[in-house]
Design a protein around this ligand. Structure first.
Ligand code: MTE
Length: 316
């Protein structure tokens, strides 16, 4: 990500052809989705569909701003996942044999009830909700994704953070056999991310185990990954095995790799530019022209209060 070439962030690099996009946009809509409140998961997307290999039903929708969901093919074939490769179009192929069962997740640190969850108990332990969120990558592209999962705050409530817990630290699986990118000495593996506790407790902060009503595929972070829609996509750590409540702000993989380029907060902000490119606009995958980037990725109303005492130029 920090070795991005200029060509990667230019509009010519359009992933879907215009024709494909138009066809997609013209498919049956199943009602407007909301990004903030959860909504009923349509019958066609529930139950046996999850994890099945049956063809996906033709479903489309929009977010609360009227933006069309990116289609399943785009979301699952254009990925950032440095444990596999730095080439977005190759992640899907290279990650297909990644083993997501058995899988345990430990949730501990400064909590009253530390737990080790089996992945299926965790996923089924909380009511599954659909959340349609915009994902804005720090590189300057974006998508609209219908996620399936549960808000992180429900999991944190179960383990009960103690009074001295201020941050939440997340860790990806470390297994260089399966994740060959972890042999790249340039980065400090495993991938680590963090959130301030109040950010982690915000209702928009989501643990995803699916998209389009189906079980998450390896390339998108199976079996579970984090989604924080008002922050740049790199905060959305994939294949989580460990969550710890901690007192001090943790360091992250990207802060260690390039501290001047990737901060801890990483809030989407069209006025704070990456040292090597502007953040004023973005390319929605499937569109030909760039569009303006919105403050907090369009979730300003919901999250501004979290940062009212902060200089967002200094805490980027
Ligand atoms: N998590 C891990 N473990 N490794 C990664 O390389 N890439 C991040 C984030 N989570 C990454 C990760 C980046 S830069 C982005 S933009 C999103 O995942 C991309 O998610 P997607 O591939 O599902 O669109």
């Amino acid at each position: 990500m920090n070795n991005i070439s200029a060509s990667e962030i230019t509009p010519e690099n359009t992933y879907l052809s215009r024709r494909q996009f138009m066809m997609r946009a013209g498919t049956m809509a199943i009602g407007a989705a909301t990004s903030v409140a959860c909504r009923e998961i349509p019958e066609v997307m529930r139950g046996p569909e999850a994890g099945s290999t049956k063809p996906r039903p033709t479903i489309s929708g929009t977010d609360e701003l009227g933006d069309t969901w990116n289609d399943f093919e785009a979301i699952t074939n254009y990925n950032n996942y440095y444990e596999f490769t730095t080439e977005k179009e190759r992640v899907a192929a290279l990650s297909q044999n990644f083993r997501t069962r058995p899988w345990k997740i430990s949730v501990g640190g400064l909590v009253k009830n530390p737990r080790i969850y089996d992945i299926d108990d965790l996923i089924h332990g909380f009511e599954q909700e659909e959340r349609v969120y915009r994902l804005r990558c720090v590189e300057g592209w974006s998508m609209v994704i219908p996620w399936l999962g549960f808000p992180l705050r429900k999991l944190l409530a179960e383990v009960e953070p103690t009074a001295d817990a201020n941050h939440v630290r997340f860790e990806t699986l470390y297994d260089p056999q399966q994740l060959p990118g972890q042999r790249n000495k340039w980065y400090e593996w495993p991938y680590v991310e963090g959130l301030r506790l109040d950010e982690a407790m915000h209702d928009l902060t989501f643990i995803a185990s699916g998209i389009y009503g189906k079980t998450l595929l390896p390339q998108n972070g199976a079996p579970i990954r984090l989604v924080i829609p008002w922050k740049y996509g790199f905060k959305g750590i994939k294949a989580i095995v460990r969550i710890d409540l901690v007192e001090q702000q943790p360091s992250t993989l990207w802060m260690a790799a390039a501290p001047k380029e990737y901060g801890y907060y990483a809030n989407v902000n069209p006025t704070v530019h990456h040292p090597r490119w502007s953040q004023a606009t973005e390319r929605r995958i499937g569109e030909l022209t760039r569009r303006p980037t919105m403050m907090f990725n369009g979730y300003e109303e919901e999250v501004t209060y979290l940062y009212k005492e902060m200089d967002l130029r200094r805490f980027f």
